[in-house]
Design a protein around this ligand. Structure first.
Ligand SMILES: [Fe+2]
Length: 269
């Protein structure tokens, strides 16, 4: 299976810049790149913060641009999103029985579970009892390997201001226990941190990547301030089979020109 992961598109109202860049232009460029290079992907998952301030106009523009994507899309909500206004633009958006934006896709690679980690009134995340119950049911019904998608990470990353708005620590502990009791969770994809990070969380592989508009500075000292920069945007191409999850980050606006190293004089040095 070939999958695209992108995150934190932060759409604004049409024509409105965000931190000096235009999120809609970035998303258009991203969609064009995916269509040109990876239109054969089976799925594209966008892991939240689809709009920056959750306005209807921002979601309308997001929907217009995403409609051009040749790859089927699955949406996850983030702390900047508004569930109802997003759903107004995407009538097929799936809610669970408690109103959380959560759903499951079963395919030949296993079960893909899309989770809602939004905690109302704060940028931090939650995975409350109701959502844990929903996940427990979905895990019980899952066939084969399980892949998880959510906005917040359920662990500390070392980027201290972002960790202050991570997933509730008690919810994260319960989530960890639930996932381990299942035993076939292969990978967790998340957004929120606007930085590339890869590794494993108590044995479960994970990855995240830069957003499309603005990034978080690589700084392990700063405690309180949110330091952003304009490192290039990226999306990820993910190959999944029975044994592997391979994640390639693609800086799709990088202007570098490829060259054939084997024809260069340094090649045989
Ligand atoms: Fe974000």
């Amino acid at each position: 299976m070939k999958m695209i992961h992108l995150t934190d598109t932060h759409l604004t109202q049409p024509g409105q810049p965000l931190y000096g860049s235009f999120p809609a232009e970035r998303l258009r460029a991203c969609v064009a790149s995916i269509n040109a290079e990876h239109a054969d992907a089976d799925l594209c998952v966008i892991t939240g913060d689809l709009a920056h301030a959750g306005e209807p106009e921002a979601y309308a523009q997001f929907a217009d641009i995403i409609a051009e994507l040749k790859v089927p899309v699955q949406l996850v909500v983030g702390n900047h999103d508004h569930r109802g206004r997003l759903g107004a633009q995407f009538p097929s958006l799936q809610y669970d029985e408690n109103g959380f934006v959560q759903s499951v896709i079963h395919n030949s690679s296993g079960s893909f579970i899309f989770m809602d980690s939004v905690k109302e009134g704060t940028h931090a995340g939650a995975y409350c009892e109701k959502r844990q119950q929903w996940l427990a049911e979905k895990l019980a019904q899952a066939s084969g390997d399980v892949y998880l998608f959510m906005h917040h990470a359920p662990f500390k990353t070392g980027i201290k201001p972002m960790d202050k708005i991570g997933l509730d620590i008690q919810d994260a502990a319960k989530l960890q226990s639930l996932l381990h009791s299942h035993g076939r969770v292969k990978h967790l994809f998340f957004g929120h941190y606007h930085r590339p990070m890869h590794g494993s969380w108590s044995g479960i592989g994970f990855s995240t990547l830069r957003g499309l508009n603005h990034q978080v500075v690589l700084d392990f000292q700063e405690e309180d301030h949110y330091l952003f920069n304009h490192e290039p945007p990226a999306y990820a191409i993910v190959f999944i089979d029975d044994d592997n999850v391979i994640v390639h980050n693609h800086d799709f606006l990088d202007p570098s020109t490829p060259f054939n190293a084997s024809t260069e004089p340094e090649w045989n040095a």
